[in-house]
Write a protein that binds this ligand. Structure first.
Ligand code: ADP
Length: 361
């Protein structure tokens, strides 16, 4: 696991405030990216991810805070290094290729001060890297979406940027291609030791491609962490609900040994955060529930969603206690049926029950 506390930072963002027409959209965001790492800004649409990218690229002034790249200040409220001098490359969702230029000329576009031969060699090296060496003379409209995005990646890498920003780069591709291309791009960036920051609302993509992920909500970073910790140690209710599947059921702290709920006593270290008797909500993930013919716990199936190798069930034990469970699909139950289950949670995640809206605490 990456130790986020002790790193040489390539990019440091401190207390970032920025927005539009004087109104802040990003409010006090801070994070750091290690040299050679791939980071991600993950969050629902409209939470400010692209706004942060625009500030990093130099297209948006800062209302407060500071951005440093390799220990050099590139933005603060009074200074801003122009975008073309930042050594930051960008890849966009819509590829933004030049339609009248060949693949090779698109890639060559950002290469300055090289002889014709050096240019051609560099372009071919980059096309090899993205596996498009045979398509150098084609035009963008002759390529598939995935190929066009590879050209855009090669073009962004050509000037050898210090940091690469990728703004929802795969969202116009279908799910299968998106998954394959995101893994390919990760391999390419890692082979170059290139540091990158990806913006996405798709957590599968974030987890597959990135070393560290910032979960954003309403212009603020809720948690910046490795994917494992976001899933197993979410910092607040918003992160717990947004990352992975799952829902909350009510519980009462029994003591250091666990939390009592309608699903029985759920054990785990979080219980010793609070005195016995504290009312809490416990996160139950679908993989925390197992089928157990010996169990007395018999919730009723209220919904089932078949997904090939597995089936997602929604169970109800009482009006207050509904939860989901993911079973292998040969365990086939019908809506209305009572099924014996047991909780088998590796990590207990609970939050003190607070009045008011559910996000964030
Ligand atoms: P995300 O990338 O997370 O989807 P954005 O950073 O694009 O979100 O947008 C965050 C908020 O800023 C949204 O409420 C959006 O409407 C607003 N916003 C984005 N761009 C502009 C703009 N050019 N002018 C005014 N408001 C904008």
């Amino acid at each position: 696991m990456t130790d986020l506390a002790r790193r040489d930072w390539l990019l440091e963002v401190d207390n970032l405030w920025c927005g539009y027409n004087g109104t802040p959209v990003v409010r006090g965001a801070g994070f750091s990216l290690g040299d050679g790492d791939i980071g991600c800004l993950l969050g629902p649409s409209g939470c400010g991810k692209s706004t942060i990218l625009r500030a990093l690229a130099g297209f948006l002034p800062l209302q407060d805070g500071q951005i440093r790249l390799r220990n050099q200040v590139i933005s603060d409220p009074v200074r801003s290094v122009p975008p073309e001098h930042r050594r930051i490359g960008m890849v966009f969702q819509d590829y933004a290729l030049f339609p009248h230029l060949s693949v090779a000329d698109n890639v060559a576009f950002g290469l300055k001060g090289l002889s014709r031969r050096e240019r051609r060699e560099k372009v071919m090296e980059l096309l090899n890297l993205v596996h498009l060496q045979d398509l150098a003379d084609q035009f963008p409209h002759e390529l598939s979406g995935g190929q066009q995005q590879r050209v855009a990646l090669a073009r962004a890498l050509a000037p050898e940027p210090t940091l690469l920003l990728l703004d929802e780069p795969f969202s116009s591709l279908d799910a299968d291609l998106r998954r394959r291309l995101s893994l390919d791009v990760r391999d390419i960036l890692k082979s170059l030791g290139m540091s990158a920051l990806l913006v996405t609302h798709d957590q599968q993509e974030a987890f597959a491609m990135c070393d560290e992920v910032a979960v954003l909500y309403d212009g603020q970073i809720q948690q910046w962490d490795v994917p494992y910790n976001l899933y197993h140690e979410p910092a607040n209710r918003f992160v717990a609900g947004f990352v992975g599947q799952g829902g909350f059921i009510p519980g009462t702290v029994a003591g250091p040994e666990g939390i009592d709920s309608e699903l029985g006593r759920i054990r785990g270290s979080r219980a010793d955060h609070w005195p016995a008797g504290t009312l809490v909500d416990v996160l139950i993930r679908p993989d925390d529930i197992v089928h157990d013919p010996e169990s007395d716990l018999m919730p009723r199936v209220v919904e089932k969603t078949f997904a090939g190798t597995s089936t997602l069930y929604r169970f109800r034990l009482s009006p207050d206690t509904e939860f989901e469970a993911l079973f292998r699909s040969h365990l086939d139950f019908q809506p209305g049926e009572r099924v014996p289950v047991r909780v088998e949670a590796d990590h207990l995640i609970a939050f003190r029950r607070a009045p008011g809206p559910d996000v964030p605490v």
